[in-house]
Design a protein around this ligand. Structure first.
Ligand SMILES: [Zn+2]
Length: 228
């Protein structure tokens, strides 16, 4: 049962790595005045705190294992029960596949709640590869640069210590493309899930952060209006 008179807005933000999902999730949470709930943060909090569910999650993390979905979902629900989430939350990093999406739907339904909106920030694969492969680090201290977003003053040279900038194997276009193929397959599952439940909205993830944020605002407003 949902709490009486409570109108919770649960929004899931979806996007490939490099699509700007985390940034947009934080911005949207600020604009709506509801918390940004990232599963990565929940796991870090689990390590720090010793709530019963946190301790359970920790057992898996300490063994280097994935935290089972049911534990992650219970952590999410517990987070959603906190006072600051009384009006809803932005979920970032979960669900990651269709099984998790379905499990989350069931868990929320048990509380009389649901995911109201799933926003997919769409960026073409080649654009993602380009964004991510622009990353260079310096040999001396690992200072990070990006060809397009944070270039060094002198190409190939670290601003801070003058050492050579190199591209790590992980940051090379081919490696990124291979890794993305796998990640995009599970993202597609989640996108398809929310398309099938009718709450998926896609926004164009190309362009300045503000433009993407405005596009997200439009779909959020559209859903709020249609909900009356
Ligand atoms: Zn450096």
């Amino acid at each position: 049962m949902g709490r009486e008179g409570r109108r919770v807005t649960v929004i899931v933000i979806l996007g490939a790595p490099g699509a700007g999902k985390g940034t947009q999730a934080v911005l949207l949470a600020e604009r709506l005045g509801i918390p940004h709930v990232a599963t990565g943060d929940l796991f870090r909090a689990a390590v720090r705190d010793s709530s019963p569910i946190g301790l359970e999650a920790r057992r898996f993390m300490e063994r280097g294992q994935l935290v089972p979905d049911d534990i992650t979902i219970r952590m999410l629900l517990e987070r959603l029960s906190k006072p600051d989430a009384a009006n809803g939350a932005i979920l970032d990093g979960f669900p990651r596949n269709s099984a998790q999406a379905a499990a989350l739907d069931r868990a929320l339904a048990d509380r009389g709640e649901r995911v109201d909106l799933a926003v997919d920030i769409d960026v073409p694969t080649e654009e993602l590869v380009q964004r991510m492969s622009g990353r260079y680090v310096c040999r001396e201290a690992g200072h990070v640069y990006n060809e397009s977003t944070n270039p060094p003053r002198v190409p190939g040279i670290c601003d801070i210590d003058g050492s050579e900038l190199v591209q790590r194997e992980d940051d090379k276009a081919e490696t990124i493309r291979t890794r993305l193929d796998v990640q995009l397959a599970s993202l597609r599952e989640v996108v398809d899930h929310y398309a099938s439940t009718g709450i998926l909205r896609t926004v164009d993830g190309i362009g300045p952060i503000d433009d993407v944020a405005a596009a997200i605002d439009d779909v959020v407003r559209g859903v709020a209006d249609s909900a009356g």
